[in-house]
Design a protein. Structure first.
Lengths: 47, 565
């Protein structure tokens, strides 16, 4: 294993996009919330 | 199937095996074989994770589930994104920092050897048995639809996977999973577009959707709470989250996928991408099933979608009765079709009262048709104690209505779905066998090349085992069902052990071990003596493990470590 690989696998490097991990976690959870709202509206529209 | 379909199917199968062999040709050491040299970019990690989870039965049963019961099954996946965030933040950095090959290695450092071995053996037993069943189930469906001997289908899937998984290891598995998943989703999109195109020209897609919705097939979420029902928002969010935590955090077939990421960041992104797209993807697959249901409101469906069982009933002792039921079903369908068109016309006229009246008529016609179909199912009980054609709905539609070439593409997608999850399972079973059993317990001091060769042989062994098990699975009857349920009986306990390891630093090995036994006893009690839905077993098992370990921890304190340790 090269030094660079070892450094990468050990490090807490920031995400390659999105700024921080907290932002990406929030995106995933808000995405879920948005889908739940959409599914609710979908269910109501075709009930 | 037409000649073009055979060409497409065999070209796809040969192509994927060649691709797997080519991608795995540079696999030269244990790191390569077990974790793809930890060099996979996040998008390959993500799609390999998704391909592993989505077996062929997922793509066959899910549209069938929407056809028969509506889209409420979607809610089982609502906890998955939450689990992906939790695992990305906690488990991924721990596994990556320790540079483990398997999830169970972590348990020895955190607790002790017996806890690691218990978890590894549990995984080997459960996944070893279930990999045979997961090979058998789609093979049965494909053999019925294609008219092939099931043994041939099992050998094709098993043999193809064995070729690249046992030579190229995780590198070949991750790369083929990636490509297979793209083709699978392409096949599903083509199937969806076909069913939309086949709707009657005088009925719009939206109107057809309203018909399906009025008959209860577009019920994506339900906020009412019932612990005996796993298809509601709360069960899905909490129970589904625990199930996903257990599956993605403790099952080596998934852990191995993100251990192969280039870095902690790439592994995390792979899981987070799954958290972003899994729920809409499941919605889409279920929506295909609901659209097929809408299609069959205007085109007559067979009374039973398994063609082999239907034919047996036609020529069986109660054949005349079955044929009479088929005629009644055709008449009931005619009535239902008229009711559906009446409802569409009322919608188009903007007549709310008329639409409500037409909807009532449509529901009554559906109930009548369902009643006639129930009679056919009764006749089929002569051959099968629990006749169920849910898994045949989608492929029956594909083979009857899709154009030449596209049938071969969708069948290839189903083969790929089976191959991708099977390959991941064999690779994970081999890793656990070699790393947690052979290298740790049986032969600890061999050269790395010895374990590398052993890993190849272990993959081949688990492949042979799965193929052999699948050959006889049909004769095992209820054991197959038992094996399928077995996972849900043990996941909660496994999760509880890992939760103790990750979040409760004071709990020692013996307390964790005893807590695991208590958790398992609680799950088995729920299974045998209560009507709690299975999704909650994971919550119960994990919670009891954590609570019991805490209660027992003061009684099982480890000897104090030396001051300089």
């Amino acid at each position: 294993m090269t030094d660079e690989k070892r450094k990468h696998s050990q490090g807490e490097e920031p995400p390659p996009f999105g700024g921080s991990w907290r932002t990406l976690y929030a995106v995933v959870l808000l995405n879920l919330l948005a889908f739940v709202v959409l599914f609710y509206l979908f269910t109501r529209a075709f009930r | 199937m037409r000649p073009l379909d055979w060409v497409v199917l065999f070209a796809a199968l040969a192509g994927i095996v060649a691709y797997g062999l080519w991608k795995g040709r540079r696999t030269r050491d244990l790191d390569d074989f077990l974790v793809a040299d930890r060099r996979q970019p996040w998008h390959r990690v993500a799609l390999s994770i998704m391909a592993t989870q989505a077996s062929a039965v997922t793509f066959l049963a899910t549209p069938g589930q929407a056809y028969a019961d509506g889209m409420r099954f979607l809610q089982v996946y609502l906890g998955l994104p939450v689990a992906m965030v939790i695992l990305s933040a906690t488990a991924v950095p721990i596994y990556r920092r320790l540079k483990v090959y398997t999830a169970y290695e972590y348990l020895e450092g955190r607790f002790d050897l017996k806890t690691r071995t218990l978890a590894a053996l549990l995984f080997l037993a459960l996944r070893g048995l279930s990999t045979g069943v997961s090979l058998y189930a789609p093979s049965l469906i494909l053999s019925v639809i294609m008219g092939w001997d099931i043994r041939v289908v099992i050998f094709i899937i098993g043999g193809a996977v064995m070729l690249y998984a046992s030579t190229g290891g995780a590198r070949a598995v991750d790369n083929t999973n990636f490509l297979q998943f793209l083709i699978i989703m392409g096949g599903m999109v083509v199937a969806f577009l076909t069913v939309v195109r086949l709707l009657p020209p005088d009925v719009s897609f939206l109107e057809a959707a309203h018909v399906a919705g009025k008959l209860g097939r577009l019920n994506a979420v339900d906020f009412s709470f019932d612990i005996r029902n796993q298809y509601n928002f709360w069960s899905g969010l909490l129970g589904g989250c625990f199930l996903a935590l257990a599956y993605f955090g403790t099952d080596q077939s998934q852990v191995q996928r993100y251990l192969s990421g280039q870095s902690v960041a790439q592994s995390r992104l792979g899981l987070l991408f799954n958290g972003l797209v899994k729920v809409p993807m499941q919605f889409f697959i279920l929506f295909i099933g609901a659209t097929v249901f809408a299609f069959y409101q205007f085109t007559q469906p067979p009374v039973f979608f398994n063609p082999v069982q239907a034919e047996r009933a036609r020529v069986g002792a109660r054949g005349a009765e079955f044929r009479a039921i088929e005629s009644d079903y055709a008449a009931a369908f005619g009535e239902k079709q008229r009711a559906a068109r009446g409802y569409v016309e009322a919608l188009r006229a903007g007549d709310a009262a008329g639409a409500e009246a037409a909807a009532a008529g449509l529901k009554a016609a559906q109930e009548k048709a369902d009643g006639v179909r129930a009679g056919a199912v009764e006749v089929l009980k002569e051959f099968d104690a629990k006749p169920n054609d849910t898994n045949y709905v989608f492929l029956s539609f594909v083979t009857r209505y899709m154009p030449a070439g596209l049938v071969g593409l969708v069948l290839a997608a189903v083969f790929f779905a089976s191959m991708s999850s099977t390959a991941s399972e064999w690779s994970a079973l081999a890793a656990t066998t070699v790393v947690d059993i052979q290298r740790r317990l049986l032969k600890p001091d061999a050269a790395e090349r010895y374990y590398f060769i052993s890993s190849k042989l272990a993959t081949a062994f688990w492949g042979c085992f799965a193929v052999a098990f699948a050959q006889y699975a049909g004769q095992l009857g209820s054991l197959v069902e038992a094996v399928n349920r077995l996972g849900s009986l043990f996941y909660g306990t496994l999760l509880g052990i890992f939760l103790l390891g990750f979040y409760f630093k004071r709990v020692k090995g013996t307390a964790a071990f005893l807590g695991a036994l208590a958790g398992e006893a609680a799950v088995l009690y729920c299974f045998f003596f209560t009507s709690i839905a299975f999704l909650w077993f994971n919550v119960v098992g994990a919670a009891v493990v954590v609570l019991a370990a805490h209660a027992l921890n003061p009684l099982t304190r480890a000897k104090p470590k030396p001051a300089n340790s």
